[in-house]
Design a protein around this ligand. Structure first.
Ligand code: PEP
Ligand code: MG
Length: 596
């Protein structure tokens, strides 16, 4: 994207530029005009109606519901056609809100009782719902407030005949600025008309951030009040890798970022040329390069960026935004599709990692004071074997069609692996009884993301065929830093000596017991840590597809022997900062163009 419009410069000559810092949600730099997404507040008068108009008001309400349903189905169909069915599934939750009998009956009964116009009653009912939802401590239910509000606005628009500018209808390329973006807004975005987006609220793990990464749209979230500081037509720069956002940048800043975009484009292009070359060091040590995916549709991007397999398939996205639990058949089809498209590359399906910040309301996970330390992941699966077995059977069946592996999340000790494997054996017997094909030798691995697992990695290694280090959680648990809390984000340090030692322990224990050790936490995709991780002996790096080319370049530019020396030196430092500075310095020496 290039913008060298002289007029733009003139217009903003006297407007001071404002620099903001937010949470980087999706990488990439863009410069463009703001499109401030209308935070429409409906002001609806309390209009009295006559007894004889009651039936008419109810009919209007029903008509608006039908119209909204048809609008949503149309959007869902369009997204399914132009993108894929997984992104469109978000709208399933919207249809559920529309069909909520409690809301519908309350509106109809209040119209009859209070003799008020439908718009007013409907808005009031919705407001009360939002109030109730906001008091609920369940994170998943809290997230549903935005679904209810979004659907409510759509119904109101149909009642009063007002249309909202839709992201689907947008013709010009813009940067969307919004207080928050609903999953439907994000799923409607296309790279062709949305250059990027920024929001007042949100965190790294919101649906919105996850969607942005999978759509490869640069985004910064959590800017607090960017919607108050910008207006439609302003010029904006966003850097989704650093979290920098600049409103009405002066010419010098624009030039700086235009250069950066050009450089990134060129580097990105050059790096993609490495796509088909082997991922190995200068002295021919081969390293696995995997992609992390949430949806089957991401396989394409993983391969296009040079992944040789899927190092982490986060299967829990199957369970979110669904009315019912996904069936065995539905899961089987998805795993089979991913396995077939990645073949002969491997696909590591991580069994459901529900709980923590990923809640599914219909599973009735109770409110907990510390959900990250609570009923999460493998703990949930072992407690609900009837749900776990559906997933295991689906993975086993799909294993007949490709190179699938199973990985258990949040393992804290050996018993959990043994219990999970026992359930897996039961599933195998059930399939054998029915003469259903599967890979009898399917390999099972565990995530090393709890400090206890890293410390007893030698014992764990005797139970499994591979490890994958989940640094996102390993860092939060070893440093006691909540991974989604911005206030303590400064303490969330992958380069902390304690983290490095735990990583080393896991790798060494794996190797001593002849199993390979990968990493699927975000740290694996951060360029300045690659040399250290390589030198520590990491066998596989798995990351979001867009991060792959840079890591491949680094691995191909160094010898394993040199990387080992860098890792040894890194382990001698006593602070995170020293490690981080040293790591950056080593990378800069090796590939200066990454820093230009
Ligand atoms: C991790 O914890 O590093 C990981 C990859 O899993 P998730 O981010 O899904 O918790
Ligand atoms: Mg994790």
């Amino acid at each position: 994207m290039k913008m060298s419009d002289k007029k733009t410069d003139k217009k903003i000559k006297n407007i001071p530029q404002i620099s903001l810092g937010g949470i980087p949600a999706s990488p990439g730099v863009v410069i463009g005009k703001v499109f401030l997404l209308d935070n429409e507040e409906f002001s609806i008068p309390k209009r009295k109606i006559k007894e004889r108009d009651i039936a008419y008001e109810i009919a209007r309400f029903e008509e608006a519901l039908i119209q909204t349903r048809s609008d949503i189905l149309k959007i869902q169909e369009k997204i399914s056609r132009e993108m894929d069915s997984k992104h469109a599934e978000i709208f399933g939750a919207y249809l559920l809100v529309l069909e909520d009998r409690m809301v519908i009956e309350e509106v109809i009964s209040r119209i009859k009782k209070e003799k008020l116009a439908v718009e007013y009653v409907f808005l009031d009912v919705l407001k009360n719902y939002a109030k109730v939802f906001s008091k609920i401590k369940d994170q998943y239910l809290k997230e549903r407030i935005s679904d209810v509000e979004d659907v409510g606005k759509r119904v109101l628009r149909n009642l009063i005949g007002k249309r909202k500018d839709s992201l689907l209808d947008m013709k010009d390329k813009v940067i969307v600025v919004a207080y928050d973006l609903s999953p439907s807004d994000t799923a409607s975005m296309h790279k062709k008309n949305v250059l990027g987006f920024v929001t007042d609220i949100g965190g790294r793990t919101s649906h919105t951030a996850i969607m942005a990464k999978s759509l490869e749209i640069p985004a910064v979230v959590g800017l607090e009040n960017v919607t108050k500081q910008t207006k439609t037509g302003d010029l904006l720069i966003i850097d989704g890798s650093s979290g920098a956002v600049i409103i009405n940048p002066d010419r010098k800043t624009q030039d700086k970022y235009l250069n950066k975009i050009e450089r990134l484009e060129k580097t990105g292009h050059d790096l993609l040329n490495l796509k088909d070359l082997p991922c190995q060091t200068k002295d021919s040590v081969k390293v696995g390069l995997g992609a992390n995916i949430e949806f089957p549709s991401e396989v394409e991007s993983a391969i296009a960026h040079g992944a040789d397999g899927i190092g982490l398939y986060r299967s829990e996205f199957f369970y979110l935004d669904k009315k019912n639990l996904p069936s065995e058949e539905e899961q089987y089809q998805a795993y089979k599709d991913v396995a077939q498209r990645t073949k002969p590359g491997l696909v590591i399906v991580r069994t459901m990692d529900l709980g923590g910040d990923k809640f599914v309301s219909h599973l009735e996970i109770p409110y907990e004071m510390n959900p990250f330390l609570g009923w999460r992941a493998i703990r949930f699966s072992l407690a609900r074997p009837e749900i776990f077995k559906v997933q295991l059977r689906a993975i086993l069946r799909a294993s007949a069609h490709g190179n699938l592996k199973i990985m258990y999340p949040m393992i804290s000790g050996v018993e959990e692996v043994r219990q999970a494997n026992k359930i897996l054996e039961e599933c195998k017997k059930e399939l054998q009884g029915k003469k259903i094909d599967f890979d009898e030798n399917i390999e099972v691995g565990v995530m090393i993301e709890i400090p206890s697992a890293a410390i007893i990695a030698d014992t764990l290694a005797r139970e499994v065929k591979f490890f994958s280090i989940g640094t996102n959680d390993l860092i939060q648990y070893s440093l006691a830093v909540d991974r989604v809390n911005e206030k303590i984000a400064y303490l969330y340090e992958p380069s902390h000596p304690a983290v490095l030692r735990l990583i080393k322990m896991a790798i060494d224990a794996g190797h001593k017991n002849n199993i390979w050790v990968g990493m699927c936490g975000e740290m694996a995709g951060e360029p300045h840590f690659a040399l250290i991780l390589l030198g520590l002996g990491l066998d596989e790096f798995s990351m979001s597809p867009i991060a792959i080319p840079q890591i491949k370049k680094i691995i191909r530019s160094v010898s394993f022997e040199d990387a080992k020396k860098i890792a040894e030196k890194a382990l001698e430092f006593s602070t995170s900062k020293e490690v981080e500075d040293f790591a950056r310095h080593q990378l800069k020496k090796l590939i200066p163009e990454f820093f230009e």
